[in-house]
Design a protein around this ligand. Sequence first.
Ligand SMILES: [Mg+2]
Ligand SMILES: [Zn+2]
Length: 193
Amino acid sequence: MTEKAVFIDRDGVINKEKEYLHRIEDFEFIDGAFDACRLFGKQGYRIIVVTNQSGIGRGYYSEREYTRLTEWMVVQFSARGITIADVLYCPHHPQWGLGEYRVACDCRKPEPGMLLAAAQKHRLDLSQSLMFGDKEADIQAGHAASVATTVLVRSGHPVDERATQAEYIIDSLGELDAVRQIIMNSKVKQETR
Ligand SMILES: [Mg+2]
Ligand SMILES: [Zn+2]
């Protein structure tokens, strides 16, 4: 029995983009993020957060600080009846990582390692899954993992809308009607494959 998933980048998609965010008091949810995730859950998708966190590798904040923030974030969702199935992160950077963090890993997006690891761990059918991100690297990771549908959001980093390979571009997860339509289209695409 396989499951389908919505992969979501964190910074700029779930919360407002702030450089090297690691403090709970700086974490601001984007309007509508909870509603969109509630919808994903109701539509039968597992919610998996996949986030590049090179600030760890660069020594800007520790794994412990990152984990503390992540656990707090997951609680904010669960308090609203939303289950985050998993949060995967990449602490590495090929150039600016310190010590063992300086590595050309296969988890840092645009590489698909986090999506592939989650797929194996949670028995996900990637061909039924979606990827939401605010950077082209998120979209590239989605395509590299062969997800069904990729969505670029405008709520984070500035996006080059002419250059993107994303199938859809929306303002944010708060654009709930668009999110609903994208899910429906993705399901139809799967059925007609
Ligand atoms: Mg981001
Ligand atoms: Zn990595």
